[in-house]
Ligand binder design. Structure first.
Ligand SMILES: [Fe+2]
Ligand SMILES: [Fe+2]
Length: 267
């Protein structure tokens, strides 16, 4: 049985997340024998949106596929990027008129790895049903590979768990993004070996409020007056999961959380 190790990283928050990946991703990949990296880039451009430059930087750091979420359209540069860059995905349950792809099958050496990007609908925009869209994507993908990873960009814990159990045995892994806070519930579902975590967390500042400077976020809650958010740059952190899968059946063998904070870890 041959195994593949896939690293899935949480939302990359502005320059802080990009800096962390540029300087540390290669050593993390070596440490965990990583074959393939999926990262969410919806916040990579100054904390909101994605551009050609930020996506290039992330790919040059060693990421293979960038997923996104509700902030995908926030920077207009994305409209020149996403129609031609199949390694940047947008949630598949956006209207079909939206540019870009919601899933794709990537060739990696002798293996085909599919990535599907979906968005939740609880406390979020009312997009197409992510469950039905998952069924459609999986039907197409299954003819070519059993290795299927889903980034479910969603707010509600129950919606994320529901998608994982709905798809148990059909996909290798359902991992959550969007909240920017890593949950400690990583597991392999008992019946059919799909791995799952509610949220992988973020690549951004350890000393922040979901990646942003604390002051504006606190003021917003205290005063209820809008305050401009700014990306926090101190203490870059990388949150993610490493999933080991059987490269034939696509079943998960192991899932573990990985967390690095700089320079604290090196101090
Ligand atoms: Fe995000
Ligand atoms: Fe989001």
């Amino acid at each position: 049985m041959a195994k593949k190790s896939i690293l899935c990283l949480g939302d990359i928050i502005g320059i802080t997340g990009r800096y962390a990946l540029k300087h540390y991703l290669n050593s993390i990949k070596a440490e965990h024998n990583i074959d393939f990296v999926i990262a969410n880039g919806e916040n990579s451009a100054n904390g909101i949106g994605i551009t050609r430059d930020t996506s290039s930087e992330i790919f040059n750091s060693g990421v293979d596929v960038i997923t996104t979420g509700n902030h995908v359209w926030a920077n207009k540069d994305v409209f020149a990027l996403i129609p031609t860059e199949h390694k940047v995905l947008r949630p598949y349950n956006y209207p079909s008129q939206s540019p870009g792809l919601g899933y794709y099958i990537y060739e990696h050496l002798d293996t085909k790895i599919a990535v599907i990007n979906l968005m939740g609908r609880t406390f979020m925009d009312p997009l197409d049903c992510p469950f039905q869209k998952a069924d459609i994507a999986i039907k197409h993908i299954k003819e070519r590979t059993n290795l299927i990873f889903i980034d479910f960009h969603a707010e509600a814990t129950a919606e994320k768990q529901a998608l994982a159990y709905y798809l148990d045995g059909q996909v290798s892994c359902v991992f959550g993004t969007h909240t920017h806070v890593q949950t400690a519930d990583e597991k392999i579902l008992i019946s059919n070996h799909t791995s799952y975590i509610t949220d992988v967390g973020m690549c951004g500042s350890y000393e922040s409020i979901i990646g942003m400077k604390k002051e504006a976020a606190i003021a917003r809650f205290v005063t209820k007056i809008p305050h401009r958010f700014e990306v926090e740059t101190v203490c870059p952190m990388i949150n993610g999961i490493v999933v080991e899968v059987d490269d034939q059946s696509g079943k998960s063998i192991n899932i573990k959380r990985v967390n690095y904070t700089y320079p604290k870890d090196n101090a």
